[in-house]
Write a new protein. Structure first.
Length: 276
């Protein structure tokens, strides 16, 4: 009975995974079968400065983006639970960043960061924050924060909707009883809201982390991993290796994503389960 489903899993998931693991130990390239070279691909990665930068940037990128999505998503979800005027309209509008195709969204952000015609430099200049336009995506200092901001904007609606649904599922009687007992807003949030949505936080964090680390388009469409590898992450590094027809090296770089995701998700879930 499970043979058809098992066959699909083997063909479309297990075989590609095992083949990628095998290819990472070979010198395989496009048009050539390659030879078994053991750990040479991994040894090359460890010695490559671009790979080291990709690992560091990946950790910074994932951590900052996830924190930003969590804070912004939860804050807006709490706001949308209040008795606001046109609340249904605001709940609809908050989905716009998530509904826009990723290609369009990040190309718009790239245009906004343009130092000549972009709205970001223009706005910051008008309020007196900067004296001259800044090429955010061409500046090694500002490129990563700029990409992180665009990624947070693109992904926070998913967190907002999930948190909003979880908050609405909490019985109102609990808040009423806490208010009668003299609990302020922060105490009600800490002792009722946060424990009530903790299971949703666990699920959303895991799903969003996997989606973020595979977010190739966010960086590729804005900076391409530059300038000077300031925004390169592991998916970009693996793609560059594949674009050079080095299948074995690309496979090794892609597999390096696995421990990063596992460690990050394990750490976050462990902290959340402890309620810290």
């Amino acid at each position: 009975m499970i043979a058809p489903a098992l066959t699909v899993l083997v063909i479309f998931f297990a075989y590609p995974l095992f083949y990628q693991v095998y290819a990472s130990f070979t010198s395989k390239s496009v048009g050539q079968d390659g030879e078994w070279i053991g750990l040479q691909n991994y040894s090359y990665l460890i010695q490559d400065a671009a790979f080291t930068a990709a690992v560091r940037n990946t950790i910074i990128y994932i951590t900052t983006v996830q924190i930003g999505k969590f804070v912004l998503g939860l804050s807006i979800a709490i706001l949308l639970t209040q008795q606001l005027r046109f609340r249904k309209l605001w709940r609809s509008l908050v989905l716009l960043p998530y509904a826009i195709p990723g290609f369009v969204a990040f190309m718009v952000w790239k245009l906004m960061y343009n130092p000549d015609v972009g709205s970001v430099s223009l706005f910051l200049g008008q309020i007196g924050v900067i004296d001259q336009p800044i090429a955010f995506l061409s500046n090694s200092t500002w490129a990563m924060p700029a990409v992180i901001l665009a990624t947070i904007w693109r992904g926070f609606p998913f967190w907002t909707i999930m948190f909003l649904a979880a908050l609405q599922a909490i019985p109102k009687e609990q808040y009423e009883a806490a208010a009668i007992d003299g609990c302020n807003a922060w105490q009600r949030f800490r002792n009722i809201s946060l424990p009530g949505i903790r299971p949703v936080i666990l699920i959303v964090t895991m799903l969003s982390t996997i989606a973020t680390i595979n977010s190739f388009e966010a960086i590729w469409l804005t900076t391409g991993g530059g300038p000077a590898n300031a925004t390169i992450i592991l998916p970009i590094y693996a793609y560059n290796a594949l674009a050079s027809f080095q299948i074995g090296q690309s496979a090794a770089a892609a597999l390096a994503l696995v421990p990063v995701v596992v460690i990050f998700v394990f750490f976050i879930l462990r902290r959340l389960k402890k309620g810290k």
